[in-house]
Unconditional design. Structure first.
Length: 497
């Protein structure tokens, strides 16, 4: 009882959540299953109704399933996307009640105590809820009871409604596994002849608790309402946005910048309270003729400093057409990342912040993805010793070879595919031609022998080992050349600064 009102809980179970998610966008009229690899064996993860009608079931090996059903269509399972899809489902649940939370990996739980009368009763609410889920392409089973355990048992084992105060009558014929027991506990109870919840409720509690542990009686009491069970609603994600309505229209860039500064101050205070920083900001400017324009700012790193962000908005705001005036402004942080508080340093702006601001300014012109940096990689092969990543979405790392003439040897500033030149002797020739230019040898350092990585397939390294030389020419070019004893032959692969 809750303030004299019987508590009512709804459990929604989506038995085919993973396959339904995929088939909503790619419907098929055939047996379909998602597969997952477990212990080097590909097994069925989730099936549609047509596949189950063919006798297939979860955890069945894909080879056996395909032998039983040659027409079976399949796709790899994505549990991470299933979890995100389930997390999005509570967004339309507040249409029925505000108290919604997740229930396992494939269900939702709703507390409808104060909301069912708005729909004419629990049965009507369940009917509307089930119809909406079916319209969304989701298989569903629903249960309604006084407790979360009772609702879960009905949804999973006998879809229906338990009348208020009659939980035991509605559950007594269900198997003991409906109490959310582990498989070993349910099997042990069945061996004792306790097959249903009614059999378990009539048995002595002491011997059962000693044999199966206190969790067995806890699950029974939770289902029957003897022990309370908390239901935690899904918390709405924070929304970072602020609005400013102006008494008189404005049109000058300086006025728009001043208004944006006020919005940034409020927004950044909210971000600071949550120890978060904005990565993408969207400024919407609404004109008096009801037309609107947007200025999007993508930042190279998460930040919440109003002064720094305002300066980066200047270029975008200068291109805005104010028309007959702007009377409303809205600023939203559409992408937010954690940004813990940091120790206050010197008064001067740190070098990383200045670099990020520069990346942001250039990125507004050419795109953040086009500003890239090199990152070290764990490989001794020159072509694989680095990665190229967008500077805005990566952090610089240590571990580059030292720029000295001793081991590890320096690497050239520019690397390109090997270009052959004439010569078959193990040492560089005194004179050679490369790219239609003649060069005279001045100084050489080497050789540095590099062997291929035999565990990786690479056609360019199938010729075997390479002997690399650092060659300085009298013409001023400093080349990185290698000799292949297996061919034999000489190649130029890089150039030093």
């Amino acid at each position: 009882m809750f303030d004299g009102i019987t508590r009512r809980i709804v459990s929604m179970w989506f038995p085919r959540l993973a396959s339904d998610r995929v088939l909503r966008t790619r419907p098929v009229d055939a047996p379909f299953a998602l597969t997952i690899t477990e212990q080097n064996t590909q097994r069925l993860y989730c099936l549609n109704a047509q596949a189950e009608a063919q006798g297939l079931h979860r955890a069945m090996s894909f080879a056996d399933a395909h032998a039983f059903c040659p027409d079976l269509l399949s796709a790899p399972a994505r549990p991470d996307q299933d979890a995100r899809f389930l997390a999005a489902l509570p967004r339309w649940a507040p249409h029925h009640c505000p108290w919604v939370g997740p229930e396992g990996a494939d269900g939702l739980v709703l507390a409808i105590t104060a909301a069912s009368h708005l729909w004419g009763g629990g049965a009507e609410l369940l009917g509307d809820r089930g119809a909406r889920a079916a319209a969304a392409g989701l298989s569903r089973r629903l249960g309604l009871g006084d407790t979360g355990g009772a609702a879960w048992a009905l949804a999973h084992y006998h879809e229906g409604i338990a009348p208020p105060g009659q939980g035991l009558c509605a559950l007594q014929s269900l198997p003991v596994a409906a109490l959310r027991l582990e498989g070993a506990q349910a099997t042990g109870l069945q061996r004792l002849g306790l097959r249903t919840i009614g059999d378990l409720a009539q048995s002595p509690r002491g011997p059962l608790a000693r044999r199966f542990g206190p969790e067995l009686m806890l699950r029974l009491d939770q289902a029957l309402g003897r022990t309370p069970e908390a239901i935690t609603p899904e918390r709405e994600p924070p929304h970072y946005a602020t609005r400013l309505t102006l008494p008189e229209p404005i049109g000058l860039s300086a006025d728009v910048m001043a208004g944006t500064g006020r919005l940034l101050k409020r927004l950044c205070d909210t971000l600071k309270a949550d120890e978060a920083g904005a990565r993408v900001l969207c400024l919407t400017l609404q004109r008096v003729d009801r037309a609107s324009q947007q200025v999007e700012l993508r930042l190279a790193s998460a930040m919440r400093d109003p002064a720094r962000i305002l300066a980066l908005f200047e270029r975008g705001i200068s291109t805005v057409d104010a028309g007959f005036g702007i009377d409303q402004m809205r600023l939203e942080a559409s992408v937010v990342e954690p940004l813990p508080a940091q120790q206050i340093g010197p008064k001067t702006q740190p070098a990383p912040d200045r670099l990020n601001d520069l990346i942001t300014r250039i990125g507004t012109r050419i795109g953040l993805e086009n500003i890239q940096r090199f990152l070290p990689a764990d490989s001794h092969i020159p072509e694989r010793s680095f990665l190229i990543a967008p500077a805005a979405y990566s952090q610089p790392k240590s571990g580059w070879p030292k720029s000295c003439w001793h081991a590890p040897r320096p690497r050239p500033l520019r690397l390109f595919p090997p270009e052959p030149i004439a010569g078959t002797t193990p040492r560089p020739a005194a004179r050679f031609r490369w790219r239609r230019m003649g060069f005279t040898l001045a100084r050489t350092t080497g050789p540095e022998r590099i062997a291929p990585e035999w565990w990786l397939e690479d056609d360019s390294w199938r010729s075997g080992v390479r002997d690399y030389w650092h060659v300085e020419t009298r013409e001023g070019r400093r080349l990185w050349m290698f000799y292949t004893p297996q061919t034999p032959g000489w190649f130029v692969q890089g150039e030093f600064a």
